[in-house]
Design a protein around this ligand. Structure first.
Ligand code: SF4
Ligand code: SF4
Length: 394
């Protein structure tokens, strides 16, 4: 559990639905993240939904598919919609997934899952998924340490079983919490396991950066970035490094889908629908009721309240042109809520690691490396659909 303050404003029960903003979504795309349930069948020690007791708090859907269709028709009609099934563990409410996939067959779909129940999904559903981010913590010992004994093997076995049936990609999604996570275990996920197409990691949003733990992570980053630039006939599929290199080479790509705002999309076009129908911009801040930006049953939607403010340091930062405000939740807690402890122990160490990665990338002369790539490898780096499904930055 993170240690930042939870002095949020309690939920107000409006008697009338607030009026919607005329154009609440920036740009032509929208990610409709549907939390099918807040139940989960695992108990990961660092789960962000533990903050404010969100996890497990809603187990039943309080809106129906007709109300969702009316909401889509009113607010998302002219947009290119992609749905992310999220939770809790979304596969625990397979009926809802099925109802949405059948009602909106023209949408794209991704499934964020812990992977334990993937082998239960029918083939038609797997075939329709554009991306499956699977939460995992690294190698077997690290993952089982956070998630329980035997989970790593169960998940990898499931991935092997379903990989050829999945229409799109499988992305291993690592929350890099343990400072002793090694290069070898991340490299195994990225390049040795057949069933994994991409590795994405994010630095844990918790106080796990004390002592030599930043140094240890830097040493692993040096090796990962070295390996990334060692190849020119293929792409080492590490999403944060791919995205950073792309943004450094072609800065417009880091701006164009996000109205110049954060690439995790919370300020422009990500809407999280809780099982009770309330809508929030960031899935890790659903405990903060003043962030509520819409509701399915009342059929209203406002612009994301999670926007840059002058309190945030990004525009003066050396990384700004390619980082573009890594995590708005962290920036909000550290600089708007002014939680100085969280700022010093979580936000600043993560920003330090991002700037370090930028300098390591520059050390490898990315322009010269890019000039040697074949057209298919360039395309995989520059025009990759997978960037739409993950935060890009760590
Ligand atoms: S590294 Fe931190 S301060 Fe710099 S742009 Fe990114 S989020 Fe902002
Ligand atoms: S990266 Fe974006 S979606 Fe993820 S926790 Fe931060 S603000 Fe929320």
């Amino acid at each position: 559990m993170t240690t930042h303050s939870l002095d949020f404003i309690p939920a107000a029960e409006p008697s009338l639905a607030p009026s919607s903003d005329p154009d609440p979504i920036a740009g032509g795309r929208v990610e409709l993240q549907l939390l099918t349930t807040l139940k989960c069948n695992l108990k990961c020690t660092y789960c962000s939904l533990g903050v404010g007791d969100v996890l497990g708090s809603q187990t039943e859907l309080k809106y129906d598919i007709g109300q969702l269709a009316a909401f889509v028709d009113r607010h998302l009609k002219d947009k290119e919609v992609y749905v992310t099934f999220y939770g809790g563990e979304p596969t625990l409410n397979r009926d809802m997934m099925e109802a949405v996939m059948r009602r909106f067959p023209e949408f794209r779909f991704q499934l964020q899952t812990n992977g334990t129940l993937l082998d239960d999904l029918p083939d038609w559903m797997l075939a329709r998924l554009s991306n499956i981010p699977v939460s995992i913590d690294g190698g077997e010992a690290t993952t089982d340490g956070y998630r329980g004994r035997g989970i790593w093997r169960q998940v990898i076995r499931n991935l092997d079983q379903v990989h050829h049936k999945v229409g799109g990609s499988i992305t291993a999604r690592v929350t890099w919490g343990n400072p002793d996570t090694s290069f070898e275990e991340l490299d195994e996920l990225a390049s040795a396991l057949e069933a994994v197409d991409y590795l994405y990691w994010q630095f844990v949003a918790d106080e796990m950066y004390a002592g030599d733990s930043v140094e240890k992570r830097r040493a692993v980053l040096v090796k990962l970035i070295d390996k990334f630039f060692a190849a020119i006939d293929t792409l080492y599929p590490l999403i944060p490094v791919m995205g950073m290199v792309r943004n450094k080479l072609l800065p417009n790509r880091g701006r164009e889908l996000y109205a110049g705002l954060t690439q995790c999309r919370v300020s422009s076009h990500l809407i999280n629908v809780m099982p009770n129908g309330e809508i929030y911009p960031c899935p890790d801040m659903m405990y903060a009721h003043h962030m509520k930006m819409g509701e399915i049953q009342g059929n209203w939607l406002k612009k994301s309240p999670l926007q840059p403010t002058p309190d945030m340091p990004c525009e003066q930062c050396e990384a700004f042109s390619w980082c573009r405000r890594n995590c708005m939740r962290n920036l909000y807690l550290g600089y708007v809520k002014n939680d100085l402890r969280y700022r010093a122990n979580v936000v600043e160490p993560i920003c330090g690691l991002i700037r370090f990665m930028g300098r390591e990338i520059d050390r490898h002369d990315p322009q010269a490396w890019f000039a040697k790539l074949t057209v298919p490898v360039r395309r995989r780096l520059v025009d990759n659909e997978v960037y739409e499904y993950v935060e890009i930055m760590p």
